[in-house]
Design a protein around this ligand. Structure first.
Ligand code: C2E
Ligand code: MG
Ligand code: MG
Ligand code: MG
Length: 286
């Protein structure tokens, strides 16, 4: 659909780089409209189990194909949504879509990225409960991803929300682990279930013994704390092999499978499509 807009419009537009404040205002207004008219969509990126190679989870990633500007990167419009308060409605829209689509893949967990503003919203947990009920999805199927930026504020607000979600059976992941500050103290203070290693560490596996040492240590640390460790950004067979060898619980990245629409990833996940990712062959062979 984005391609149908024409070759000239295929490149990503980056409003964050724009000086023009009006452009940001326009983006915010158009985003509001896109949320209200169901013009957003989501892509799902599969994750495989590090031992069996089975598809065990999918991460939900919001997509916006702007009618004139073409596809806009979430890294560009999610921050605008946060600044303007639109993130609560956007996030709820994504959560609903994910819970609805999750029924297609009954054995697979579905993860949803939640921004700090959304996570700290006083009604966030209520929204999650209501959405799970509305789509009749067991809470154990849902994972919520937050980044370290969620910690900029009062601990008690996050802790309360986390405990309520865990009580329900929802699992909580710390996303982009290692990209920020003070990560280790957060691991001690907050009851995360899942640790997602930032892809910067993964991308340097080939060249750099330090990166390998850090990856080993993070996997061991997460395991010792009883967490499920996920590596993201796996782009090569070498990276996949290394992370499997050090006992990483789950693998995610372009080499495993690219993000795609529900229709695109369904045959991959259910294991009966022609579009088998290249890595599946190497996993079965080894
Ligand atoms: P994230 O949560 O860390 O998601 C992973 C990002 O890495 C996605 O980018 C994904 O397409 C990309 N990726 C996956 N595998 C590879 C790989 O092998 N190599 C490389 N270079 N990249 C890979 P995307 O979809 O552009 O999203 C960017 C960020 O935007 C996300 O990072 C997340 O922070 C945010 N985001 C996306 N969807 C949502 C959403 O629904 N709500 C919120 N609050 N934030 C979202
Ligand atoms: Mg994420
Ligand atoms: Mg991430
Ligand atoms: Mg383990």
């Amino acid at each position: 659909d984005a391609k149908a807009n024409g070759r000239g419009r295929w490149s990503f537009f980056d409003p964050v780089m724009e000086e023009d404040v009006r452009t940001r205002d326009n983006i915010a207004r158009e985003l509001r409209h896109a949320i209200d008219t169901n013009a957003l969509s989501v892509a799902y990126q599969p994750q495989v189990d590090g031992i069996t190679g089975r598809y065990v989870a999918v991460e939900t990633l919001v997509r916006w194909a702007h009618p004139e500007r073409g596809p806009i990167n979430p890294a560009s419009f999610v921050p605008i949504a946060e600044e303007t308060g639109l993130i609560n409605d956007l996030g709820l829209w994504v959560l609903r879509r994910a819970c609805q689509d999750a029924h297609r893949w009954p054995d697979v967990a579905i993860s949803v990225n939640i921004s700090p503003t959304q996570f700290r919203h006083p009604r966030f947990v209520d929204h999650v409960i209501a959405t799970l009920a509305a789509y009749d999805l067991p809470p154990s199927r849902l994972e919520i991803e937050v980044t370290e930026s969620v910690f900029a504020g009062k601990d008690s607000v996050i802790l309360t929300a986390m405990r309520q979600l865990k009580e329900l059976g929802v699992r909580i992941a710390l996303d982009d682990f290692g990209s920020g500050y003070s990560s280790l103290s957060y691991l001690r203070r907050f009851p995360f279930d899942i640790l997602k290693i930032d892809r910067d560490f993964v991308s340097n596996v080939g060249e750099c013994e330090q990166a390998r040492a850090i990856l080993r240590t993070i996997v061991d640390l997460g395991s010792a704390l009883g967490m499920t460790v996920v590596a993201e950004g796996i782009e090569t067979a070498e990276q996949e092999r290394f992370l499997m060898a050090i006992g990483c619980d789950r693998l995610q990245g372009y080499y495993i499978a690219r993000p795609g629409s529900g229709e695109e990833i369904e045959p991959i996940i259910l294991g009966r499509g022609l579009d088998v990712p290249t890595s599946l062959g190497s996993r079965l062979a080894s």
